[in-house]
Structures are given as C-alpha cells and as structure tokens.
Design a protein around this ligand. Structure first.
Ligand code: SAH
Ligand code: SF4
Length: 365
C-alpha cells in the first residue's frame, strides 16, 4: 500500500485523503526518509534548491487576544510589554536590507487601535522609501478590518501571514476563548486575498485534542483556500498558559512533535507543489537543526530573527525559544553556514515570491 502511494507521488498523481493520512502516520524510519526525499524532489522541480530568507521583526508584544496556547496572551501578567517605535522598526528593516535579506516579516501581538494602524502604515512607507521599494514586506499582525488590510497593502506590504491555527471549528473553540471567532479569521483570509496580498496561513501541529484526521483536513483546507504560502510548526507548551496543563508530559513528546511537523511539511509540499513553505523557528526549538530538517522535507523559506536582542526575551510565544541572546549578525552567520552545509543556496536579495501566486496572477490576465 505505502509503495503504491510513493509511486503515485513519483508520477505526480493527486493523493486521496486516506493516503495523506497514511503518510502522516508513517512510523518506519526508512519510509519517513523516503517521504521526505520525495517531497524534496518535488521542491526541486517546482521551486529549486533555494532557501529564501525573511528577516523577522517582532515589533510588539501587546495583544488584545487571549489564545489559550500563547505566552504573550493578554492575561499573562508576567510579560513586560513593549512596542517598537517607527525608527526602531525602520532600523531593523534597513539592517535586513543591507545584509541582503530580500524580504522581512513584521509580526506582533494583535492590536486594532488607530495608533497601531498608523504606526505600521508609517513604518511601511518609510521602509519603502529607504530601500527604494526593493525590500519585500510580509505582515503578520493578526485579524484586522478589510480597510486596514488595504491601507497596509497600499503602504507597501504585499504578503500576509495569518494562521487559521486549525481548520477544525470545534478544535478552534477549545483553543480560544468564546469571543475569538473562527469565522472572523476565515473571513480575514478572504479579505487579504481581495486586498491583493499573497496569502499565507498555517496551523499548529501536535496540539492537545488534535487528531491526525484534523491534520489531513488542514492540508485539504490549504488547497481549498488556494493559499500561496504556509507557515506551520509544532505546538510548543508555554508554561504560563491555560493549555499547558493539557500536555504535562510535553518533554517526552518533543521528538514526536518534530517528526509530525516535518511530515506535515512534506505532505504539504507534495499536495500543493508550488507554494512557499516556511521552516519555522519552532522546529529549531525542538532540535538545533530543526529548520534545516524542514528545508530537507520540502520547506523553502526561513525566517531569521532580526529583532534587537534586548526585545527578544519579551516575545516568547512558547517556552525555550532559541537564539534569545544572539544578535542579528550572529543569526545571519550561523544560518548561512547551516544552509550551505545541506547543499541549499540562499536567495539573497530576492523577494522569493510564491510561484503559485505568480501563476494565479497569470491565469487572471
Ligand atoms: N498575533 C498574530 C501574530 C503573532 S502570533 C497572530 O496570532 O496571528 C504568530 C503565531 O504564533 C500564531 O499564529 C500561532 O500559530 C503561533 N504560536 C502562538 N503560541 C504558540 C505555541 N505555544 N506554540 C507554537 N506556536 C505558537
Ligand atoms: Fe495574541 Fe497572536 Fe498570541 Fe493569539 S497567538 S495571543 S493573537 S500574539
């Protein structure tokens, strides 16, 4: 049976949901290796062996939301809150630009007040100005109104990451307070597309209450939404969150979480082919070379932290986040070496847009 599935992948035939499930449930190490190799081959065919860098600027940890899994949720009183000013955001963006990162991601806790919306808009305009429009900009700033998404798009952002977290409504409800709405999040993904962004979404993998069937549905959801980019990674416990008690044995699950996340990346690559897929920092929190393993399982984007070291300790979505005391230059040097070692080339100075987005645009004409 598994041989037949592998053969189908080799000939580019579309997998059935039951086959996706079987892949996610693989336990035999040799078979898992075959899965990753097949996904890597598909990456080479549709994308090449280039890893694109997105310097991530974590510009603030003030959040109106109270997601049960996240370390910077509103109710966590142990967090020292911060918000960068325009100059600080610009400084880090320019650092990324001068260090040949083709793109950045600006991420923060969720805020929808006018001060925040203006700050981001101004920062975008200034970054565009200072880099001659050459630096690609992705935003990851949560749920906003269609008007806000449009304003930020017009100010120069062109990609947006908003994870659905899980495509299963019931599971979504278990992970969030009642006033957090799955439908609102879903509609945000639609508004982002309408505003013109390349749209990225993703899920957490290995969540409490999550089944393998849920993950299969997540993969089908990505396809049904025709998304351009995926940023997904393992769920990691943050000890000061309500969800932590659901997984008291987290340490013994680390390897399982890593392997399942890599299998999801591989299956997403095989099923969706020409999209961008990130090897997220959360993979590295589970294993020092977790992101490289992600690239080898089919991912093609890495998001090195370019946030100033002084801010990093206050942006901990989960426990044991890596590289807390390294500055951006150290991150750049360290990563470049690691990527060369696995035979990949870094797409310096390139935006590295999702080929999937480009082909959808072409179809429209
Ligand atoms: N506030 C924005 C962006 C910052 S959070 C938003 O929520 O969209 C970015 C991502 O971090 C979230 O989408 C979530 O998937 C992830 N995250 C939060 N807590 C996490 C945890 N404990 N383990 C793994 N990922 C987590
Ligand atoms: Fe806020 Fe995002 Fe964390 Fe939810 S996941 S609490 S929205 S920062």
């Amino acid at each position: 049976m598994i041989k037949q599935i592998f053969a189908k992948i080799e000939t580019d035939e579309e997998l059935l949901p039951a086959e996706i499930k079987e892949l996610l449930q693989l336990e035999d190490k040799a078979e898992i290796k075959t899965l990753f190799d097949l996904a890597y081959k598909i990456k080479l065919k549709y994308i090449g062996n280039k890893a694109y860098f997105r310097g991530i600027i974590e510009c603030g940890n003030i959040c109106m939301k109270d997601c049960y899994y996240c370390g910077i949720r509103r109710s966590n009183e142990n967090v020292e809150r911060f918000l960068m000013d325009r100059k600080e955001i610009l400084r880090e963006a320019v650092w990324a630009f001068e260090n040949n990162y083709g793109s950045i991601v600006i991420q923060s806790g969720e805020r929808s007040d006018a001060t925040f919306i203006n700050l981001i808009e101004q920062a975008l305009l200034e970054i565009k100005d200072h880099t001659g429009g050459k630096l690609g900009i992705t935003l990851s700033l949560g749920e906003q109104t269609p008007a806000t998404y449009r304003r930020w798009f017009n100010a120069g952002a062109h990609r947006y990451l908003l994870r659905i977290e899980t495509s299963n409504r019931e599971l979504y409800r278990k992970l969030h307070p009642e006033d957090h709405s799955f439908d609102v999040r879903l509609n945000c993904l639609k508004s982002l597309r309408e505003a013109g962004y390349q749209v990225g979404t993703g899920v957490m993998i290995g969540l409490p209450f999550q089944t393998i069937d849920n993950l299969v549905d997540d993969i089908l959801f990505f396809k049904a939404m025709d998304i351009d980019m995926i940023g997904m990674g393992p769920y990691l416990v943050h000890s000061e969150t309500p969800l932590a008690k659901e997984m008291p044995n987290f340490d013994s699950r680390r390897e399982y979480q890593l392997e399942l996340s890599l299998k999801m990346i591989a299956v997403a690559r095989i099923y969706l082919k020409d999209i961008n897929i990130a090897a997220t920092t959360a993979l590295q929190a589970l294993k020092h070379d977790g992101r490289e393993l992600g690239l080898l399982a089919g991912a093609n984007v890495i998001m090195p932290n370019v946030t100033e070291t002084e801010f990093r300790p206050n942006y901990q979505l989960y426990d044991n986040k890596p590289c807390m005391d390294e500055n951006s230059s150290m991150c750049r040097g360290c990563l470049s070496g690691r990527i060369a070692k696995i035979g990949e080339v870094i797409g310096f100075d390139e935006w590295g847009d999702s080929p999937h987005f480009a082909s959808r645009q072409q179809k429209k004409v």
